[in-house]
Write a protein that binds this ligand. Sequence first.
Ligand SMILES: NC(=O)c1ccc[n+]([C@@H]2O[C@H](COP(=O)([O-])OP(=O)(O)OC[C@H]3O[C@@H](n4cnc5c(N)ncnc54)[C@H](O)[C@@H]3O)[C@@H](O)[C@H]2O)c1
Length: 502
Amino acid sequence: MTNIKKVAVCGAGGTMGAGIAIVAARGGFETICFDMSAEGLARSRKNAEKFFGKSVAKGRMSQEDADAALGRMSDSTDLNDLADCDLIIEAIFESLEVKKDLFGKLNGICKAETIFASNTSTLSITEIAGGSGRDDRVVGMHFCLPAEVMKLIEMSRGINTSAETFDTAWAWTEACKQIPVETQDKPGFILNALLVPFNNDVIRAIEAGLCSAEDIDLAIKSGLGYKMGPCTLLDLIGLDTQVRLGEAFYPITLDTRASVPPLCRRMVAAGRLGNKSGSGLLTAPAAEKATEAPAYSIASAGESRSFAEGDAFLGGASDGAPVTIHLGGGFAPDDSKTAVLVELDTECLGVHTGEDMGREGSNAVGFARYRNGNDAPSNLIELVKQPNTDAAALAAARAVFEVAGFDVVVCADQPGRIVDRLVRPKYNDALRFLDEGLASAADMDKTCCMGLGYPDGPIERVVRGGLARHFDVTTAIADMTGQKGYAPARAAVVAKAREAAE
Ligand SMILES: NC(=O)c1ccc[n+]([C@@H]2O[C@H](COP(=O)([O-])OP(=O)(O)OC[C@H]3O[C@@H](n4cnc5c(N)ncnc54)[C@H](O)[C@@H]3O)[C@@H](O)[C@H]2O)c1
């Protein structure tokens, strides 16, 4: 139940405001769409008509309900029209001065009970509320893009937000059949606080020569089941926007992972902003999978994390083949073979081959089938090469796994390979956020699933995969980067558990 009846959306002529206005009207509320730009409002009106038309065509709502929702929406470029609104949601330019100015003006126009909500992504709700004359009635209400489709809303309180304001705003989001989660008034709330450093890590990994942007997307989609690869997302968001996000986050969080990666700035300087400029991180079309492969034999030194006993892949092996696959930690160089494959756990290939094997033309190739702790192995094989690995050995390794039906990516010999290198620091963030009380574990996982389309959340993955393994992988990554932002979370918990097990 909500006692809110009339809503206004400021910035309704823009991307987010247009979607938020649809949510409000669809939820049954009289909705004023306010913007400085009449053209923007006209554009949004057309989009709303198209959206409701499609909803009817797809059987999601009746024609009658769609007409009623559109009938509840009216346009205005005069702030005075907002005087008797119960709730005003602002989605205007991301500028503290501009937002404060709007709320200050509205304070003089609106009735005393009107609640002001801000859709800001990076600014502080407390700072926006400061000087509004009603900082107890200002709340954070962060929708996801596209707002009319995505259900998640991150709700936050400023320091002076009253419980009544927060509860009323929360109830309103539920009345609109949205899914609210509670978070604190901190930069990026949950979603962007996890996403911005993660996306920066993706750009840094490319810059560090780990692998191609195309292989990052394939690895993340195949290994983790994300609907969209991070490079596709970055090209969609725009690298210029990613620069702005980093510039907004880093001075507040002082997390070096949030700072803008130099490659991101160079891409922007080169005019490669992503989809909006026609080119971005992704440049190559998806490569064709191999259709023929050399025969392989298996040499087993112990239990394999990639292939359990009885796995169909093991059944395809034959003795004396040109490719040898070492499982369970073994390795023996053999120059007479096309390729010698070494199964890796958390260690690097160099641990097995030594420095010498980085020489021109080595036929040793590392590999691991990605799995989260003891979850069932995924369909992803990460191949590991050294700077001068023989191209024919790498091609043979790729063909062996692709013909067997796996997705194959190639990366440099760096800790964490692709998937762990990119997602483990994000899991560390989630664990730290949990300890700091940013949000509950359930809300953090829900945010990632509902807001980003992940099949499962970071906390549930660490719990399932095991904190000790998470610690080992992140320790290796932190050692390589030497930066505090990569340090494993909850190190003391793991140390204590290991001590008890000894
Ligand atoms: N785009 C996203 O993915 C996204 C997601 C979540 C939150 N946000 C946040 O939503 C807000 C809007 O972002 P956007 O991408 O929709 O921007 P946008 O540029 O598409 O739209 C902004 C709109 O606000 C209007 N406007 C600017 N100043 C105004 C004022 N003083 N009074 C009335 N209208 C004014 C502009 O005319 C424009 O129509 C920002 O705070 C942003 O951080 C954006």
